[in-house]
Design a protein around this ligand. Structure first.
Ligand code: MN
Ligand code: MN
Length: 245
């Protein structure tokens, strides 16, 4: 069951409308790192999660992201209101599509479900979510740096902050499963190369925790696979060779 509350979780009001900035804001409405992607990603993940506490967390965050989607949409609506010919020149996208938010990104590309990163395993999903939150946070930072309106900046700073909180929650959930610093998950055991690290970009090589300690560092890797069998194409290539002879 859904119940919609018309009030937003934090105030959403802007100073001066700026249609050009409204176009940039579309990145967090219908873009890859946007709030629709986040809301639907966590929501759909929650359907396959067995652990009721993780499911509850995913649904709490998914619904918060729907609230963020609404906040970004309200910002775009305000920034594109009272649009005049000068503003249309700066943001022709709204001249064509109409004012208010649309499910397109700041470059006009349509939102697509392929932005959603989810699939059948809770560890896989929670790790994907950390990456998604990083993307969202970074986009908000870019938006804040291009924003000239203090009231808009305040809303965007709240939205950026919440992505940090969500990252923390996903990390704590992985930690509770012992999967924050254990790369292995799933039921299929890895092969004997699991701790082998290849130095495949030569010159100015560095060592660090990613190739020291338990890792077996191969400084000069050699091909050990031999040559795979050649493809067999019974048609064109043989015909051409006979013709040439
Ligand atoms: Mn969000
Ligand atoms: Mn988030």
């Amino acid at each position: 069951m859904f119940i919609h509350v018309k009030e937003t979780i934090q105030p959403v009001s802007i100073g001066a409308p700026d249609a050009r900035f409204g176009k940039m804001l579309l990145e967090q409405f219908g873009g890859a790192t946007g709030e629709l992607t986040a809301a639907l990603q966590y929501w759909v993940q929650s359907f396959h999660v067995e652990d009721p506490s993780i499911r509850d967390m995913l649904q709490d965050i998914a619904v918060e992201e729907f609230g963020h989607l609404e906040m970004v949409g309200k910002l775009i609506a305000q920034h594109t209101s009272k649009i005049d010919q000068g503003d249309v020149y700066d943001a022709p996208l709204f001249a064509m599509k109409g004012v208010g938010p649309h499910f397109i990104d700041s470059q006009g590309s349509a939102w697509t479900a392929s932005y959603i990163n989810e699939g059948g395993n809770v560890v896989r999903d929670l790790r994907a979510n950390i990456a998604s939150e990083a993307g969202a946070r970074q986009t908000y930072e870019a938006l804040i740096k291009h924003c000239e309106d203090d009231k808009t900046k305040k809303v965007l700073t709240h939205l950026l902050t919440r992505e940090i909180t969500h990252t923390n929650m996903f990390m704590k959930a992985l930690q509770a499963m012992g999967k924050l610093d254990d790369p292995m998950f799933g039921t299929i055991a890895p092969d004997e190369t699991v701790n082998v690290v290849f130095n495949l970009s030569r010159g100015e090589d560095y060592r660090g925790p990613w190739n020291e300690g338990n890792f077996q560092y191969v400084s000069e890797p050699r091909a050990e696979g031999g040559l795979p069998p050649d493809p067999v194409n019974p048609d064109d290539e043989k015909i051409k060779r006979v013709a040439a002879e």
